[in-house]
Design a protein around this ligand. Structure first.
Ligand SMILES: Cc1cc2nc3c(=O)[nH]c(=O)nc-3n(C[C@H](O)[C@H](O)[C@H](O)COP(=O)(O)O)c2cc1C
Ligand code: SF4
Length: 440
């Protein structure tokens, strides 16, 4: 079980019930639970979607797609059943927020799925949780059973005439099934590899039916949007980026943890004020700001707002909200080795640029870090990674290439310091500190 942290700058919306015993359905009801879904039933689908659009809530799974717009793509009429899926696979290194939601507020996820289902006319929802989160599967199983026992799920929910069933499902342990189309394959009992798009899930998704798939944090935010009103929720953040995010601050900071802050919060403040600065009196070298699959920022580049648009302008991405802080005693080449090991291991192997590219990057970086690098390897690494970009079947290839390009581009001198059989300059440093990445 994760320890909860807090800071005065936090705006607790999604985390408002953390630590308050809300896994118990009666306690959840005392804390205004299941009010939003009743309000949503009275509002009806069009009004719900309009409220979601007004909220500027953007997907918390990584890509930041506007949630209301996604829901509006689902056709009103469909010969096949429609579905809502909650993506709780949470496998991105440095990301450990969805687990807190499942642990402390599972009914908020159920309520979010219910509201999404009412909005798009779905009568079945699935909550897919990373298989390694075994203890969270138990929590969710009980929460769903308790909701059925109260009559909140099943036939005629809240006397509205609307029928809705929700199921939970555990993954089998693959990063790739977090990708939405691979998740649907996995849920259908097949090997978790992605599907060709178009068609997109909103039109042809689970078992061929129109499907909304959203991240767990996105869905847990939905009841709050409905209760607060879209505009009020939007005003918590910055233009085009409504509300708050659970930022997972890890690595070399004094106070790592998951903090809920408004979109647009300054990254430097997150590290130095919320996180208490760099641990052990060391200096900041770099930050990987959106889970491990985005280009890093250097210490000089961190005076930037944490919202989807500002991060894009800064040449990186907000991604999954995992902020990994790297101090000046850390070898960037070694960090790159560790990053690519993960992607090479998790590549599903289906397409060549990703399968071969991640393997070549891993082999080259390993050899390089071990002192066997030659000067042309540095440009080759970048060339190889750049040639993976946009050429793979799903974004995992990009996710593997982007951090490597960033490291080579921004820390070339560190790569050069490993040339000509020289030992890693950081390995001999007595204060070399291991990375305390929270989720892996
Ligand atoms: C390789 C890969 C892994 C992903 N893993 C996750 C994940 O663990 N959780 C998640 O919510 N989204 C993940 N995504 C993003 C999903 O494909 C999808 O965009 C997201 O679930 C949509 O929800 P949102 O709009 O609420 O963000 C992943 C994407 C890729 C390419
Ligand atoms: S990019 Fe990688 S993970 Fe995605 S389909 Fe291709 S081989 Fe599989």
């Amino acid at each position: 079980m994760a320890t909860l942290v807090s800071h005065p700058d936090e705006v607790k919306i999604v985390s408002r019930r953390f630590g308050m015993g809300a896994t118990n359905i009666d306690r959840y009801l005392e804390l205004d639970g299941y009010k939003a879904v009743q309000k949503a039933l009275a509002m009806g689908p069009d009004a719900i979607i309009n409220e979601m659009k007004a909220s500027n809530l953007r997907g918390r799974g990584g890509a930041g797609f506007p949630t209301g717009m996604k829901w509006s793509f689902v056709p009103k009429q469909s010969a096949k059943p429609k579905y809502v899926l909650c993506n709780g696979d949470e496998s991105e290194p440095g990301t450990c927020k969805d687990r807190l939601i499942f642990e402390h507020d599972p009914h908020a996820v159920i309520e979010g799925v219910m509201i999404a289902a009412i909005a798009v006319g779905a009568h079945k929802g699935y909550i897919y949780i990373r298989g390694e989160y075994r203890y969270l599967l138990d929590i969710m199983q009980k929460a769903i059973a308790d909701a059925y026992a109260k009559g909140f799920l099943g036939k005629n929910i809240f006397g509205s005439g609307y029928d809705l069933d929700i199921y939970w499902h555990g993954g089998a342990g693959a990063y790739e099934v977090g990708e939405e189309s691979a998740l649907m394959e996995s849920l259908e009992g097949k090997r978790g590899v992605p599907r060709i798009r178009p068609p997109f899930p909103a039109v042809v998704g689970l078992w061929g039916g129109p499907t909304v798939i959203n991240n767990a944090e996105t869905l847990a935010s939905v009841p709050h949007v409905i209760m607060m009103g879209g505009e009020a929720y939007a005003n918590v953040g910055v233009p085009r980026n409504g509300g708050t995010r659970l930022f997972c601050l890890s690595g070399h900071v004094e106070r790592p943890g998951v903090y809920e802050l408004p979109l647009g919060y300054n990254l430097k403040k997150l590290i130095y004020e919320v996180g208490g600065g760099i641990a052990n009196g060391n200096k900041l070298k770099a930050v990987v700001p959106g889970g491990s699959s985005v280009p890093c920022l250097t210490a000089e580049e961190i005076d930037v707002a944490l919202d989807f648009d500002s991060m894009m302008k800064a040449g990186t991405m907000l991604g999954s909200g995992g902020v990994v802080v790297i101090d000046d005693k850390t070898c960037i080449v070694k960090f790159a080795v560790r990053t690519i090991q993960f992607y090479q291991h998790e590549s599903c192997g289906w397409c060549i640029p990703c399968r071969e590219g991640t393997d070549w990057l891993k082999k080259t970086l390993n050899r390089f870090h071990a002192g066997g690098g030659v000067a042309k390897d540095i440009d080759n690494l970048r060339y190889l990674a750049e040639n993976m970009l946009g050429r793979t079947f799903c974004p995992l290839g990009d996710a593997a290439a982007m951090p490597v390009i960033g490291f080579v581009k921004k820390f070339r001198e560190e790569f050069e310091a490993h040339l000509d059989g020289r030992p890693c300059p950081f390995e001999k440093h007595p204060a070399a500190s291991p990375l305390a990445v929270l989720s892996h």
